[in-house]
Ligand binder design. Structure first.
Ligand SMILES: *Cc1c(COP(=O)(O)O)cnc(C)c1O
Length: 364
């Protein structure tokens, strides 16, 4: 039996008629860039997440980049990021000329370690980018307290965590700005690249709307140096169709996670921990296993797609070598990177498929 990590075909088949109608609306309106579908999507995502403003972006990466630009972070500034995340979290910091300062993670939730954040603060620190990795919020109590005490900006990276909650409040409620991604593998996925910024700061939202369009207002008069960070009309229309299903899809991911939690007890793997303050949205269901590579091969031989997010922490990546980090600088992340494995968790996975994944792991 084949159990793919991701099955966009199954998702699209179910929605095909509605998606075609949505695409037709854009074809007829010629609103290919931004336009009414994107504006409607902004309101709908803001309402779903309970955050006052949402600004559509060309990608999750651009959402992080534009946030840094709008907040005036640049040369001479340090920004604290977890070393165990997707590249864009730190890449954007370097792209605005600031210095990414990599810190370690917690071994059970895989999220940024607040004690390590505290230890990394210098007089140059301007911001912290907590990543809500795999769909679970970082410890926003402690990070919020540190940021308030020291006057630091928080930019949330919720690319994997739309609808995730911490103490009942949605991702996006905690920082000055929060990046979402709608890349095709994410919980809410476009048919191409797209992203969004959530913010509780309405003045910042207005500034971001200029920044995403080169900083112009009115046309051909430039107040800030921005870029082309606009969302395609087609993506807005497709995302609106899928957004209506997101709550049900998220619930389906949770059901699958609960079954793994129950039925993988007593096997060779260490199960992911849910912080009791969090509502996890399971972008990934990620376990740890000392013989991870052998387990991945064992699963692949049985037709099960399982993947490694991420094999090498960012502080050890060649592109950041000039920052001078050595092996041993972030020992938890270095170890976790050798042990993590993400199992299929998509809403399209059937009960029989999940049984096959569980049986295969039980035989390992
Ligand atoms: C996917 C992702 C991004 C980047 O989003 P794109 O839409 O692919 O540009 C940033 N951070 C994290 C944690 C991600 O998973």
């Amino acid at each position: 039996m084949k159990v793919p990590l991701l099955d966009l075909g199954a998702q699209n088949r179910e929605l095909e008629a509605e998606i075609r109608q949505a695409i037709d609306r854009v074809l007829e309106s010629h609103a290919y860039v931004q336009g009414p579908e994107v504006a409607a999507l902004e309101s709908e995502v803001a309402a779903l997440c309970g955050v006052p403003s949402a600004v559509a972006m060309s990608s999750g990466t651009d959402a992080i980049l534009a946030s840094l630009m709008a907040l005036g972070i640049g040369p001479g500034d340090e920004v604290i990021v977890p070393t165990f995340t997707f590249f864009a979290t730190a890449g954007c910091v370097a792209r605005v000329g600031a210095k990414p300062v990599f810190v370690d993670i917690l071994p059970d939730t895989f999220n940024i370690d607040p004690a390590a954040v505290e230890a990394a603060i210098t007089p140059r620190t301007r911001a912290i980018i907590p990543v809500h990795l795999y769909g679970q919020c970082a410890d926003m109590d402690r990070l919020g307290e540190i940021a308030r005490r020291l006057g630091l900006i928080i930019i949330e990276d919720a690319a994997q965590a739309i609808m995730a909650r911490f103490r009942g409040a949605s991702a996006g409620s905690f920082g000055r700005s929060c990046a979402l991604s709608f890349y095709p593998t994410k919980n809410l996925s476009a048919m191409g690249d797209a992203g969004m910024i959530l913010t509780v700061d309405e003045a910042l939202a207005e500034k971001l709307k200029f920044i995403r369009d080169h900083g112009q207002n009115p046309r051909y008069y430039y107040h800030f140096i921005g870029g082309n960070f606009r969302m395609d009309g087609f993506q807005g229309a497709v995302l609106r169709v899928k957004l209506k299903r997101l709550a049900a899809w998220t619930a389906a991911r949770r059901v699958r996670a609960a079954r793994y939690d129950r039925e993988l007890q007593g096997t060779a793997v260490r199960l992911p921990l849910v912080d009791p303050r969090c509502e996890h949205v399971y972008h990934q269901y990620t376990l740890r296993c000392e013989r991870r590579d052998a387990l991945q091969k064992h699963l692949a031989d049985a037709g099960v797609g399982a993947a490694i997010f991420y094999p090498l922490p960012l502080h050890l990546q060649p592109c950041f070598a000039t920052l001078g980090y050595q092996e041993g600088a972030c020992p938890v992340a270095e170890r976790v990177a050798k042990e993590v494995l993400s199992l299929p968790i998509v809403p399209e996975m059937t009960e029989a498929q999940q049984s096959h994944v569980i049986e295969t792991i039980r035989k390992f």
